[in-house]
Design a protein around this ligand. Structure first.
Ligand SMILES: [Zn+2]
Length: 263
């Protein structure tokens, strides 16, 4: 290696380090700033428990829901979604018998080419049903991965994502968001959330939830394969597994390209 090569390599290293600092300005956050690890998580569990038993969907619980969820979303962005720190992400409520969280963006801003605004929407019934706090963290993680994916690229790409989120593509779209959330460390909370939601929605809606999102058993299967072969995550993001059989059938990273699972 000659002198100019060493100089070039050092310069490249410095540029890469600076770029990393610029794109992840809050990467140095300590674990104690993360709202989804103890003790912050345990405090939240106590708050959720206190709300249990309050009448569902009362006018009082709507602002209360937003007031509880909003700081959690903002803290989660700082701790785990540095790419969203400069985006406008707001919390608002919606009503449903079987959905508790969803993501939307401002259509008027989209069509008027104004700065985009994204919404994490929360169902106020949530608070009277004692959700697990790590589950709430994880599903917010899932919603923020949707926003992260919506918020880069141009409006045409966003339009394509909206199409993907509906109809026959819903399962792939939602399971991909689950995979991104698992990649960011939300697997245990995601399992807790799914167990909780199966017990708190009408029985006829459970099968659809199990089709569109990873079940606790499927998350365990993902984790056990990832433990052996972490590179599988990138494969699954591209070829989203739709059931446990496809999780187990995915080729090892040494065999990528030789065999494909279905989309
Ligand atoms: Zn989703």
């Amino acid at each position: 290696m000659n002198k100019s090569h060493i100089k070039r390599t050092l310069l490249l290293g410095a540029v890469v380090a600076l770029a990393a600092l610029a794109t992840h300005p809050v990467a140095a956050q300590s674990a104690s700033d993360d709202p989804c690890v103890a003790p912050a998580l345990l405090e939240k569990q106590a708050v959720f428990a206190k709300e249990a038993g309050s009448p569902p969907s009362t006018p009082v619980s709507v602002p209360r829901t937003a007031a509880l969820t909003s700081p959690l979303v903002q803290q989660l962005i700082v701790a785990r979604f540095p790419e969203l720190t400069r985006k406008q992400v707001r919390v608002r409520t919606f009503n449903s018998d079987y959905d508790f969280f969803r993501t939307r963006f401002s259509y008027s801003r989209f069509f008027l080419f104004r700065r985009m605004r994204y919404f994490v929407e929360v169902n106020p019934r949530l608070l009277s049903l004692s959700p697990p706090s790590d589950g709430v963290c994880a599903i917010l993680g899932h919603e923020l991965t949707h926003i992260s994916s919506m918020s880069h690229g141009n409006r045409l790409r966003l339009f394509g994502l909206v199409r993907l989120a509906s109809g026959k593509y819903t399962t792939v779209f939602e399971r991909r968001a689950d995979l991104e959330a698992i990649r960011r460390g939300f697997a245990p909370g995601l399992k807790a959330y799914r167990q909780w939601i199966y017990a708190n929605i009408p029985a006829e809606k459970v099968a659809r939830k199990k089709r569109d999102y990873f079940t606790p058993e499927e998350i365990d299967a993902l984790l056990s394969r990832l433990k052996q072969d972490p590179a599988l995550m990138d494969f699954w993001i591209r070829h989203v597994p739709l059931n446990e059989q496809q999780i187990m059938a995915a080729p090892g990273s040494g065999n990528f390209g030789k065999r494909r699972s279905s989309e």
